[in-house]
Ligand binder design. Structure first.
Ligand SMILES: Cc1cc2nc3c(=O)[nH]c(=O)nc-3n(C[C@H](O)[C@H](O)[C@H](O)COP(=O)(O)O)c2cc1C
Length: 366
């Protein structure tokens, strides 16, 4: 990896595997709910197009399922034989100056995702998930591994330059890598990471230049923070030996405590950033990515942070697609700020797709 514009930390760009990523600020993966039976709605295209600029290094299409069987909800996207809609999406992201990325996901659970922010019966959830995971036949896990590989290869063929493997938030791979959830003792145990190696090597075999990103939940919210940090230290040491280009830190498990995924405002700006800094310093050949409560780029104190640390922004860019553009060009007073009123949590609000009152109010003004 090469870092360009090193004199200005606001305007770094990265060269990875021969591809230029024009900014260290990315659009975080967002499951928009703007898809139906695998068909992307017009708003889906608009949503991503508006958030693509040269100031957004990678624009991640959030939560694209490896198969309709493994969607998160009925409006989650997945690949069908309508490949032209994905090519159109990739083209519009490219044309606007961002690198098209895609998050590949698998939710495999007997439980319907909870709508509440905080689950008040975590033990029951854990018991169910642990038992479900133990009982999954090996053949099904192998089939999921193959689907991750094939979907990633398909994504690359459609023009996506970055594939983010979703191993965060209680999704299937996040369960498999979790020592607190995965109690299997066969080759799919949580220590050997056989399934991750199989996925990464399977993609690499066919796509040597594809940029591979892995998103994990650094804090899961199951045990105390010290315990979880130690556990992740062990995990990350193993991840470093896999052929991964970007390691992305998120937090939380959807069905336990969503506040860890989208931190509440009171927890403060970039509230979990300390967790990633040492890793970025220790492993300079990997690009690290932090997400969570970034609403003021100046407050990040970029001069003090490792150069190989990038940032994914969710709600700030949902509220104002030009958030980064305005931030890095001295136009912060024009930013339409997220109010952290949870209106974008459409699933919790029993709605089918994303909405943002701040964005809606301002879209015709700017
Ligand atoms: C409406 C909504 C949908 C989200 N969907 C996903 C998703 O599909 N995959 C994922 O990994 N994270 C998802 N996230 C989490 C974001 O990627 C991001 O990590 C989180 O919002 C914290 O960043 P922020 O404080 O800048 O919003 C979602 C967040 C929101 C608000």
């Amino acid at each position: 990896m090469k870092i360009n514009n090193i004199e200005n930390p606001l305007k770094f760009s990265y060269d990875i595997k021969g591809l230029n990523i024009p900014s260290r600020f990315f659009f975080a993966p967002i499951n928009t709910g703007l898809s139906e039976n695998g068909t992307l709605k017009e708003e889906f295209f608009d949503f991503y197009k508006e958030r693509s600029h040269s100031s957004i290094g990678i624009n991640y299409i959030g939560n694209v399922a490896i198969d309709p069987k493994y969607v998160t909800n009925s409006n989650t996207a997945y690949f069908t034989n309508q490949t032209n809609q994905w090519e159109k999406l990739v083209k519009s992201i490219n044309n606007r100056g961002s690198v098209p990325g895609i998050q590949i996901a698998c939710r495999n659970s007997s439980l319907i995702p909870i709508r509440k922010m905080i689950n008040n019966n975590v033990e029951e959830y854990l018991n169910t998930v642990r038992t479900d995971l133990i009982n999954i036949p090996k053949e099904e896990i192998q089939d999921i591994i193959n689907k991750f590989i094939n979907t990633s290869i398909k994504a690359s063929n459609l023009g996506f330059n970055v594939v983010q493997i979703h191993a965060a938030h209680g999704y299937f791979l996040s369960q498999l890598i979790s020592k607190s959830i995965n109690l299997r003792v066969d080759e799919y145990n949580a220590s050997d990471l056989f399934f991750l190696k199989a996925i990464i090597n399977g993609i690499r075999d066919k796509k040597p230049n594809l940029i591979i990103d892995l998103r994990i939940s650094f804090l899961e919210g199951i045990n105390n923070d010290i315990h979880e940090k130690k556990e992740k230290e062990v995990l990350i040491k193993k991840l470093i030996d896999l052929d991964i280009d970007i390691i992305s830190f998120s937090n939380g498990i959807y069905d336990i405590n969503k506040q860890l995924i989208y931190p509440i405002e009171q927890w403060g700006h970039a509230c979990f950033i300390q967790n990633i800094i040492d890793y970025a310093n220790k492993y300079p050949n990997i690009l690290w990515n932090y997400a969570g409560n970034i609403w003021d780029i100046e407050k990040l104190g970029l001069e003090e942070l490792p150069n190989n640390l990038s940032f994914s922004l969710g709600r700030s860019l949902i509220a104002d697609p030009l958030f980064v553009e305005k931030s890095i060009n001295n136009k912060t007073h024009f930013i339409n700020k997220c109010e952290y009123k949870n209106k974008c949590h459409y699933y919790s609000l029993n709605l089918s797709h994303i909405g943002c009152p701040v964005y809606e109010l301002n879209k015709n003004i700017n």
